[in-house]
Design a protein. Sequence first.
Length: 271
Amino acid sequence: MTDPLLPELLRLAQEAARRAGELLRDGRPADLTVAATKSSPIDVVTEMDIAAEKLITDVIADHRPDDGFLGEEGASSEGTSGIRWVIDPLDGTVNYLYGLPTWAVSIAVEQDGERIVGVVAAPMRGETYHAVRGGGAWATGAWEGQRRLAVRPAPPLEQALVSTGFNYVTEVKAHQAEVARQLIPLLRDIRRGGSAAVDLCDVAAGRLDGYYERGLNAWDVAAGDLIAREAGAQTGGRPGERPSRDLTVAGTPGVFEPLQRLLEDFGAWHD
């Protein structure tokens, strides 16, 4: 981490993620309700998504007023510094709405379009993951100090544990279910956690062998993708492409390519 800007950006991302995570964990009202919907009536935004994004952007803007933002709940500005913050204030909103623990705050920093810092805070796990480009991936949690993350040794594909997610548009979800039906006999098993950011960090931490999903946005994967890659994972989209709304794939070397090929064969990227 030789660039003196990187420690500053990392500390600010960690502080914003910590404060937003505390707001979400400690400030969740007992009568939490849906504030709006996104892609469909079951793809929801709560009042807490909006409050968390405002907290994050306010914290960052206080320190770096010339930076740009891209946020899930509407924060968008170009900035003049060449730095842009890509924010998902609450990844796993439906889990959060129902009181399930798998949700996270995801903050990434881009410099001239390249991701250089990623932080994912998972308050109900008591864990925070972070990475700086070229500096490895790390986590803090119940253990003492920081732990360097590394992907699992790659098993044969038939012994791989893979996670995925499902879209909230009914027709897309039905197609995704068919892809999963074809995949399950070829893997150890499939999990569905409900947070892309947490799934990518679980690949980084050796808790999953692979992950894939269709329909993700930049804020869903920006931080988690960098953390996974810095832990030794391979990431991409369709063969030869970067992660995109069509498809995001992550996996240990040895799992990534065969998983990606199967997803291409099964048409995971289209209806």
